[in-house]
Design a protein around this ligand. Structure first.
Ligand SMILES: Nc1ncnc2c1ncn2[C@@H]1O[C@H](COP(=O)(O)OP(=O)(O)O)[C@@H](O)[C@H]1O
Ligand SMILES: [Mg+2]
Length: 356
C-alpha cells in the first residue's frame, strides 16, 4: 500500500479547473518533485495533499484511509503526520526557539529543548534560539521553517518552491538539507518547483504539471530523455527536436523529416517528433567505424564557449546542437565551416507521437 494515493483529483477556482484528474501514488521515503511553470497548479496540489483545502472531486488516501471523507478532527490527526513548508514561510512574532518548538508543543511531545537545539544545529542556525524570528533573512527563515517541519518527524514533508526567492548560497544550503533528509530519513518528500534542474538534482521521481494536468510522471532520466509530449519537451529544454513521419522497416523505425532520415529503436509510426539529446551525439572529423546507426555529415555553423564544454550548432540537413569538450575541440582544430560527422545510436533517437 502506498503512503499516499491520489485519485481523480479536481479543483477549480472561479469556474475554471485548476487541477484536472490528478492521479499519483507516493511511496514511503521517496522524493517526488512536482515540476511545472508558474500557474500550473503546484501550490493548489500541495494544499490538497496537506488537506488544507478540499478537492471538488476525487480522493486523497493517506495510509489507506480516504482522508477527504474524514471529519475535521480526523483530518487534523492526519495532517499532523505531515508538515508543509510554504513558499514564503510565515514566522510567528516570537523567538526562533518558540517558532521551531511550536509543532512539538501542539502535538504534546517531550524533550522539546533537546530537539529544538538539535534541529537548529542541523539547519546551521545554532545560537539563533533567542533571535526574534521576523528579523531573519529569507534564507534563514526558510531554514527555520525546515527545522520547524522536520522536528515533528513527519511521514510526509511538503515543500512549496523551497528555494524560490533565495540567493544562490541560501538555495544551496536548502538543497543540501533536502538532500540529507532524502537520504537519511524515510520521510516522503513532495516538493513543488519550477526549476527543472532542481527536480533532477533532488528527486527520485518527477511529476510534470502543465495547466493543471499531470502530463508525465517518471524518473528525472525518463522525463529528460523521453518526454511524452511537445509541451514537456519544451519545458525540459530539449534541443534537437525534429518533426517527421515515422515508418517501420526491418524492425527499426525510420523517421523522415523531409531533409534527413533518422533511425530509432522506438516503435512508432505516423506523424511524430524525434529527439536526440546533444550529449548522445558523437562529433568526429572523419566518419568513424562504430555501431551507431545514424551517421550524418554536416558543417559547423555556430560555436559557443561554455567553459570546459563547447556548444556547437551543426547543419547536417537539419540543425543539431552538440557538445564537445574544449580539449577535443582544440585537438580537432574545429572552426565555423568545418565539416564534421555526427554519430548517434538508434536508442538515442526518442520518438513520440504528434497530436493532429
Ligand atoms: N485561492 C485561489 N483563488 C482563485 N484562484 C486561485 C487560488 N489559488 C490558485 N488559484 C489559481 O489557480 C492557478 C494555479 O495556481 P497555483 O496552484 O498557485 O500554481 P503554481 O503554484 O504552480 O504557480 C492559477 O491560475 C491561480 O491564479
Ligand atoms: Mg506556487
Amino acid at each position: 500500500m502506498s503512503l499516499m494515493d491520489v485519485r481523480g483529483l479536481y479543483k477549480g477556482y472561479d469556474g475554471r479547473d485548476v487541477l484536472k484528474n490528478i492521479n499519483i501514488k507516493i511511496e514511503k521515503g521517496e522524493t517526488l518533485a512536482v515540476i511545472g511553470p508558474t500557474g500550473s497548479g503546484k501550490t493548489t496540489l500541495l494544499r490538497l495533499l496537506n488537506l488544507l483545502d478540499n478537492p471538488d472531486s476525487g480522493k486523497v488516501f493517506f495510509d489507506g484511509m480516504d482522508a477527504t471523507k474524514q471529519p475535521e478532527r480526523i483530518k487534523l490527526n492526519i495532517r499532523r503526520r505531515m508538515a508543509m513548508v510554504f513558499q514564503k514561510p510565515v514566522a510567528f512574532n516570537a523567538s526562533v526557539y518558540d517558532n521551531v518548538a511550536y509543532g512539538l508543543k501542539v502535538r504534546g511531545r517531550d524533550e522539546i529543548e533537546a530537539k529544538v537545539i538539535s534541529a537548529l544545529k542541523i539547519v546551521g542556525l545554532s545560537g539563533y534560539e533567542d533571535r526574534n524570528a521576523p528579523t531573519l533573512s529569507g534564507g534563514e527563515m526558510q531554514r527555520v521553517a525546515l527545522a520547524r517541519a522536520m522536528i515533528i518527524e513527519p511521514e510526509v514533508l511538503l515543500l512549496d518552491e523551497p528555494t524560490a526567492n533565495l540567493d544562490p548560497r541560501s538555495a544551496d544550503i536548502i538543497e543540501d538539507l533536502i538532500s540529507r533528509i532524502r537520504h537519511e530519513r524515510d520521510t516522503a518528500i513532495i516538493m513543488a518547483t519550477h526549476d527543472m534542474s532542481q527536480g533532477q538534482r533532488l528527486a527520485d521521481r518527477m511529476g510534470v504539471l502543465m495547466e493543471g494536468e499531470l502530463v508525465q510522471v517518471g524518473t528525472p532520466e525518463e522525463v529528460f530523455r523521453k518526454p511524452e509530449s511537445e509541451l514537456v519537451a519544451n519545458f525540459v529544454g530539449v534541443e534537437n527536436l525534429f518533426v517527421g513521419k515515422a515508418r517501420e522497416k526491418n524492425g527499426v523505425t525510420k523517421v523522415s523529416t523531409g531533409n534527413i532520415e533518422l533511425i530509432s529503436s522506438t516503435k512508432r509510426t505516423g506523424e511524430v517528433f524525434a529527439i536526440i539529446r546533444p550529449e548522445d551525439i558523437i562529433v568526429s572529423k572523419r566518419k568513424i567505424m562504430s555501431s551507431a546507426r545514424n551517421v550524418l555529415a554536416g558543417r559547423i555553423i555556430d560555436i559557443s564557449n561554455r567553459g570546459s564544454i563547447m556548444r556547437l550548432v551543426v547543419n547536417a540537413g537539419e540543425q543539431f546542437v552538440v557538445f564537445i569538450t574544449r580539449q577535443s575541440f582544440l585537438d580537432m582544430n574545429l572552426d565555423i565551416g568545418s565539416e564534421v560527422f555526427l554519430s548517434f545510436k538508434a536508442p538515442s533517437v526518442h520518438v513520440f507521437g504528434r497530436p493532429r
